[in-house]
Design a protein around this ligand. Structure first.
Ligand code: G16
Length: 541
């Protein structure tokens, strides 16, 4: 290893004294000004991971839903998945190492992971539209270069596009052509094929208003529009030309505040959706005729997609095992509907797509979505082969047609990670094929009223959780207090967990009425404030 080069570049990317960061729910995230050394060091780490796996590794510079002033970095593993957890620990150690420790940590990783130093290394780099992202991605490049790795800088891309190109590269393009253009072509072709099969509504126009959170999604949808069939009419709002990224808009804002984004006027019953800052999440919504806002979130997306797939599986007579994976944030009504009405097994994991993704891999078909709209569908190799075989060889017309639809769905969904563009196309296609309006989709089941709040504490690590984050183990007395509060309300539930992307504790509640959900969330946030070291003013109702 050329430690001289590492030290030389390292001196240009010094760590601020006393700063300690953790590889969280989706990589490192904090104020952009604190991240230069982290980016450089993640460039170093990506080279080692590439040498160890003999594959291309991705590095995405983004803080997704966080405010514009923040930034962050996510590492992408060979098949486009999130970095494996053992390496998250290395990432944290390397990010927090003092200057003189870098060399020994790199050596230790190489020894433990049998990294061959002369192995070719390749890193793909992408970034979102934050003003700080360009410079930070240069720091990643410095890290890659210091260890003699090769890099390809994709510049401005959505997070899922970077995951896609990494996967294409490492599967010798079996997954698709490894360029952003290849991504547009693959998805547009599958969307065109799938919607062609919509019988009556096939020629109807599909109209959709999209709030792009003033982020990368707008840029990439504009590029993609010429590839998409004309019958899909998309109107872009919050395209980043005027306002600030994620400010009063985007999927996270809409989901948490349960109201429409700024900058998008909704006429009654118009179908609208919001992307987040790096276009890996999507939520839908509409206003009814009396002006009430209705959110159609990740849980309803999972329900729509899994119902569609299950119906097709029945048509082709396949007994492939399908399951839905959710987190503690999933609305109780969605879990009940999936289990009791749809008879689909449901599993719950910790927050973070990396956890849901791993669980979903256990099934022939694993549909995973977080309530916040982050999710996708995974098809096992065997399931994919069966479906593709039937789509080609099946003699019975109806069965072959259904298998073909499943095949197009496989090609349309980005199996590497949640992808707002791909999910949006899957949803639009299913609505067209089933002849459903957004209202009819929303009416599949009624959400239990719920509320999400944030509480500022001195150190959010004092909260430790268990049971897929549904119960707090520390600080002492907190869970007992939550249990006591929950008992005061009907059909109620609440939990708290430290965020892995923001310096806050998140509170979630559900109850029979919105008023009760709001008041339960407030009472729980007071418990967090007093028992877990709240800072600033106590939470106000
Ligand atoms: C990231 C993760 C998601 C997670 C979200 C919030 O999303 O990828 O899986 O739900 O953060 O996490 P937390 O509650 O720990 O802050 P994104 O879209 O910001 O990358």
């Amino acid at each position: 290893m050329d430690f001289e080069a590492v030290a030389k570049y390292s001196a240009l990317h010094l760590k601020p004294t006393g700063l300690s960061l953790q590889y969280g729910t989706a990589g490192f995230r904090t104020k952009a000004g604190h991240l230069d050394h982290v980016m450089y060091r993640m460039g170093l780490l990506a080279v080692l991971r590439s040498r160890q796996t003999k594959s291309t590794i991705g590095v995405m510079v983004t803080a997704s839903h966080n405010p514009e002033e923040d930034n962050g970095v996510k590492l992408v593993d060979p098949l486009g998945e999130m970095l494996t957890s053992a390496w998250e620990e290395y990432a944290t150690r390397l990010a927090n190492a003092e200057e003189q420790e870098i060399q020994s940590i790199l050596t230790e990783i190489c020894q433990k992971e049998a990294v061959k130093l002369h192995q070719y290394a390749s890193v793909f780099i992408g970034r979102d539209t934050r003003p700080s992202s360009e410079k930070l991605s240069q720091s990643v490049i410095d890290g890659v270069s210091a260890l003699g790795g090769q890099y390809h800088d994709y510049g401005l891309v959505t997070t899922p596009q970077l995951h896609y190109v990494v996967c294409c590269q490492n599967t010798q393009e079996h997954y698709g052509k490894g360029t952003v253009e290849g991504y547009y072509q693959k998805l547009s072709k599958a969307f065109g094929e799938l919607t062609k099969q919509a019988s009556s509504s096939g020629d109807d126009q599909m109209c959709l208003k999209i709030d792009c959170a003033n982020g990368i999604g707008a840029l990439k949808l504009k590029e993609m529009e010429c590839y998409l069939p004309k019958k899909l009419l998309i109107h872009l709002y919050n395209d980043g030309t005027k306002d600030k990224l994620n400010h009063l808009c985007g999927a996270d804002f809409v989901k948490v505040h349960q109201k429409p984004p700024l900058g998008l006027e909704i006429k009654p019953n118009e179908r609208c959706c919001s992307f987040d800052g790096d276009a890996d999440r999507i939520v839908y919504y509409y206003n009814d005729t009396v002006g009430h806002f209705h959110l159609v979130d990740g849980d309803k997306i999972a329900t729509l997609i899994s119902t569609f797939i299950k119906e097709l599986l029945i048509k082709i007579g396949q007994t492939l095992k399908m399951a839905v994976v959710q987190t503690a944030y999933a609305n109780g009504s969605s879990t009940r509907y999936l289990e009791e009405t749809m008879k689909v097994p449901v599993h719950c994991t910790k927050t973070g797509v990396k956890h849901l993704h791993h669980k979903a891999q256990e099934f022939d078909i694993g549909v995973y979505f977080e309530a916040n709209g982050h999710g996708t569908v995974l098809f096992s190799k065997a399931a994919e082969e069966k479906i593709r075989h039937m789509a080609k060889e099946e003699k019975e017309n109806q069965k072959r047609k259904a298998a073909k639809m499943l095949e197009n769905t496989i090609d349309l969904i980005n199996q590497t990670v949640g992808d707002a563009i791909s999910d949006m196309l899957v949803i639009e296609a299913i609505l067209a094929l089933k002849g459903l309006t957004v209202q009819q989709w929303d009416a599949i089941y009624t959400d239990l009223p719920n509320r999400q709040l944030k509480v500022k504490v001195a150190d959010r690590r004092v909260i430790d959780t268990t049971d897929a984050e549904r119960r707090a183990v520390t600080p002492p007395g907190l869970q007992e207090k939550i249990d006591e509060l929950v008992k005061k309300y009907r059909v109620s539930r609440a939990f708290v967990r430290p965020s892995g992307t923001e310096d806050v504790v998140r509170v979630y509640s559900e109850a029979d009425t919105q008023e009760n959900a709001d008041s339960l969330a407030h009472e729980v946030s007071l418990a967090v404030y007093y028992l877990a070291g709240g800072i600033g003013e106590p939470p106000q109702p």
